[in-house]
Design a protein around this ligand. Structure first.
Ligand code: BEZ
Length: 395
């Protein structure tokens, strides 16, 4: 045998071995399920950056508890910053849905961004999970089979406070918020129950979003001298408003009430100015359940800060994805079956267990809370299992 033939014989086994390895790797790859892609569309800059950060932390905590896996499929996150700008909603949603092929899109915080996302995601295969934005229409007139919310409607968070305010004996109230959808809906929901209980809104003040120069409005309130003031502000705006209210000497004179966002995730920065404030929300730091205590302890250990409602809503978005994927045994490609299973789920939330309404909004209890030593403390359950009226939803 010449040298050329010998070298041919030694290369054949090497070739076969290489072929077998390549073949088995590709078969394995074929059997390995595709990762589940989750687009995360939140504000990581701007006045709502703190809220976006808490939601992302909560989401990560829920996914980490399951090793970032559901039904054997890996869960991958793709993050984008909305900057809380409605004008960017459509372009960012299309990027996550069409380019990144996200199975789920979690977001946003701001109601205006939510409406842009919903318009873009309708008729797409991705499932949108809203972990904050409260626009009533999201689970009302614009409800969609592929849109779920783990947070609240504007109506749910403000309606109970109208009745509470009347029970406290207030007759004439000034309402105030940023001038955009969520703020206006919060004031309307408050007014609905306050007026029904015999109260009167003597002045409604709207401040351009996201402006935080509140002094002229506070001067106006001081001259009106109402029995109390009801407001919606959140994030950096809530910190500034509560401090200004105190600094201008109104706190001791005219009681300040709010939907709970006024003191949610903000009390450390608001300091003594927040002490004693009363708000209504579907969460309180001191909810006395083992689920809430464990959640708060785990969150603190992982992120070295206290959990808030926004973290709860992100955590529940993560729980929802895991439970939904497990309910369809990983076969999320059958969207109708996936949505059907999501509608049946019960979420064991730190806020208390909840189910979804027909319009895909949580049916949940609302707490009256008081800030005590920087904590949003339960005063009482104001309404048990409050369901949003879902006005205009045809699901
Ligand atoms: C909203 O725009 O829906 C919203 C923003 C911050 C806190 C609560 C609601």
């Amino acid at each position: 045998m010449n040298n050329k033939n010998k070298s041919c014989l030694t290369t054949i086994p090497v070739f076969i071995a290489t072929f077998l390895i390549a073949f088995s790797t590709s078969v394995l790859a074929e059997n390995k399920p595709e990762p589940i892609k989750v687009g995360v569309m939140l504000p990581f800059s701007g006045v709502y950056a703190g809220l976006g950060d808490s939601i992302r932390n909560g989401l990560k905590l829920a996914l980490q508890e399951k090793g970032y896996k559901a039904s054997g499929r890996l869960i991958q996150l793709v993050e984008v910053d909305t900057e809380a700008k409605p004008a960017r909603a459509s372009e960012l949603t299309l990027g996550l849905v069409d380019n990144d092929k996200s199975d789920f899109v979690i977001g946003p915080v701001h109601s205006g961004v939510a409406m842009g996302m919903i318009n873009t995601i309708r008729n797409k295969d991705s499932i949108m999970i809203i972990p904050n934005a409260g626009a009533n229409a999201a689970t009302g007139a614009f409800c969609q089979p592929n849109v779920f919310r783990t947070s609240f409607s504007s109506w749910q968070t403000a309606y109970p406070m109208g009745k509470e305010a009347a029970n406290m004996g207030y007759k004439k109230i000034v309402t105030l918020s940023w001038n955009y959808g969520f703020g206006k809906e919060s004031l309307a929901a408050f007014e609905e129950s306050f007026v029904a209980a015999g109260g009167e809104v003597v002045k409604k003040i709207l401040v351009p979003f996201p402006k935080t120069e509140f002094q002229p409005y506070l001067t106006q309130i001081a001259s009106i001298k109402p029995d109390a003031v009801f407001v919606f502000f959140a994030g950096g705006g809530a910190v500034k408003f509560v401090k200004d209210y105190d600094t201008m000497g109104l706190k001791g004179k005219i009681p300040l009430l709010g939907s709970g966002f006024l003191t949610e995730g903000t009390t450390a920065a608001q300091g003594k100015a927040a002490e004693g404030l009363l708000t209504t929300l579907h969460y309180a730091d001191t909810i006395d359940s083992s689920k809430n205590k464990k959640f708060r302890a785990d969150y603190k250990a992982k992120f070295n800060k206290s959990a808030d409602l926004f973290a709860v809503q992100g955590y529940d978005a993560g729980q929802l994805i895991i439970q939904a994927v497990e309910a369809v045994k990983g076969n999320i490609e059958d969207k109708a079956a996936l949505i059907y299973q999501m509608e049946l789920l019960e979420i064991d939330s730190p806020r208390g267990k909840f189910r979804f309404s027909k319009a895909h909004n949580p049916i949940q209890s609302i707490y009256l809370r008081k800030v005590v030593n920087g904590l949003n403390t339960v005063v009482k359950e104001s309404v048990t299992n409050l369901e949003d009226p879902a006005r205009g939803c045809k699901l």
